[in-house]
Design a protein around this ligand. Structure first.
Ligand code: CU
Length: 142
């Protein structure tokens, strides 16, 4: 007889997965990935609406963004100022064009001063669904 996971158990496994994703971003920030060659390599997907890695550290200067859309919907990556003010329109410092499913955006270069930024997908409500990453730009010498 074939063993089949009962639907109820399967659902609870999915919930566990969702909880792991939720605890991975949002509140307490995950350990940032330190970028070494001034190139941010991001992957975006759905239906989880994730952007990976979720936290990145890079030195200031010209920074290349290479993003791949592994989802079934269109996505993009824009660099915005980290602004917690509700309803405020964030300043956008550049980013990729819209990527079709399976597409890798040709690298775009943005020039960023030291500070905190947010990488977001600005399509639909993807950012609210968790499709963003935190970016910390450090001084060139540090
Ligand atoms: Cu998106």
């Amino acid at each position: 007889m074939e063993r089949v996971t009962p639907p109820a158990l399967r659902a609870s496994l999915v919930l566990l997965g969702a909880a792991a994703v939720l605890s991975g971003c949002g509140a307490g920030s995950p350990d940032p990935v330190t970028d070494k060659d001034a190139t941010l390599r991001l992957t975006l997907g759905d239906p989880e609406y994730a952007m990976s890695p979720g936290a990145i550290k890079v030195r200031s200067g010209p920074i290349r963004i290479v993003a791949r859309n592994e989802g079934r919907l269109t996505h993009n990556v824009k660099v915005e100022e980290a602004n917690d003010e509700e309803g405020a329109t964030p300043i956008v410092f550049g980013g990729t064009e819209t990527m079709q499913p399976g597409e890798t955006a040709p690298g775009v270069t943005v020039r960023l001063f030291p500070g905190r930024y947010r990488l977001v997908c600005t399509i639909g409500n993807h950012e609210n669904l968790g499709q963003y990453a935190e970016l910390e730009v450090t001084r060139a010498g540090s």
